[in-house]
Design a binder for this molecule. Structure first.
Ligand code: NAI
Length: 255
């Protein structure tokens, strides 16, 4: 049976990390041709190696999603490799500890930490959407999936700029879904709970017991469990789904 992304071309940002890498492998399993983009070139190349070793087709792209010209050249590189971008997974992101804001309450975030968080986790998603949408309009349609978070839906202590950025990502997602519906472009978000990746190590060390007490499944999610939702959203099986934010969180948002 053909995969649900057979013949599609896809761009994944943050594809060198936990959720991005798992999604690259899931997309490849379902037949997509991939461009794996990441700030960390070696990590993206490792994902590409894993995809190709499994019989998939992928290329490595590198660059910082906060820079408009860089994002534009990433999009252009996907189009020159595959002719179009059917699916885009805008997933690159950072956590508070990566901007020296580990454990900081709102008034303790430095100006630089706040700005960098918003630049990567909000502006980066917008820049990706902006350049992808130009291409999708030109080619007659496409699908965008953004990585939101439960932090896009509720407040989380010591994560104020992260929470602000993720709320913003959901706002961008819903607005673009309305704006481009008539042009055959679907835009959705996945909202992961606490997933076992590099990003959550710091929070789990500091307040893992409290987090698990608030998670009905009493365990973290695996990146592969997010990848399944993203793959479905990116596929034609989700043909009537747009402007939606799907929680994949072990029940966290139900409490
Ligand atoms: P990760 O740290 O394993 O992966 C993130 C990837 O993004 C890394 O490979 C990193 O090099 C890349 N990246 C960071 N800044 C970049 C930039 N400026 N330009 C290009 N690439 C950049 O973390 P994870 O968990 O896989 O995160 C992926 C997404 O999932 C992020 O948007 C994160 O906010 C989101 N998320 C993660 C959750 C979790 O529990 N792990 C929960 C909810 C959302």
């Amino acid at each position: 049976m053909p995969g649900i992304l057979e013949g599609k071309s896809a761009l994944i940002t943050g594809g060198g990390g936990g959720i991005g890498r798992a999604t690259a492998l899931a997309f490849a399993r379902e037949g997509a041709r991939l461009a794996v983009a990441d700030f960390n070139e070696a990590a993206a190349a490792e994902t590409v190696k894993l995809v190709n070793a499994g019989g998939g087709q992928a290329i490595t792209l590198t660059g910082d999603v906060t820079d408009s010209a860089t994002v534009q050249s990433i999009v252009k590189a996907v189009v020159s490799a595959y002719g179009r971008i059917d699916c885009a997974f805008n997933n690159a992101g950072i956590a508070g500890f990566q901007v020296d804001a580990s454990g900081a309450r709102t008034h303790e975030w430095s100006d630089d930490a706040f700005d960098r968080m918003i630049a990567v986790n909000l502006r980066g998603v917008w820049l990706c959407m902006k350049h992808e949408l130009v291409q999708m309009l030109a080619q007659g349609g496409g699908v965008i999936v953004n990585t939101g978070s439960i932090a896009g839906l509720v407040g989380l202590p010591t994560s104020s700029a992260y929470v602000a950025a993720k709320h913003g990502v959901l706002g961008l997602t819903k607005t673009a879904a309305i704006e481009y519906a008539k042009e055959n472009i679907r835009v959705n978000a996945v909202c992961p709970g606490y997933i076992e990746t590099n990003m959550t190590k710091d929070a789990m060390q500091r307040r893992g017991d409290a987090i698990m007490a608030n998670t009905p499944f009493r365990r973290m999610g695996k990146p592969e469990e997010i990848a399944e939702m993203v793959t479905w959203l990116a596929s034609d099986r989700a043909s009537y789904v747009s402007g939606a934010c799907y929680n994949v969180d072990g029940g966290y948002m139900a409490v």
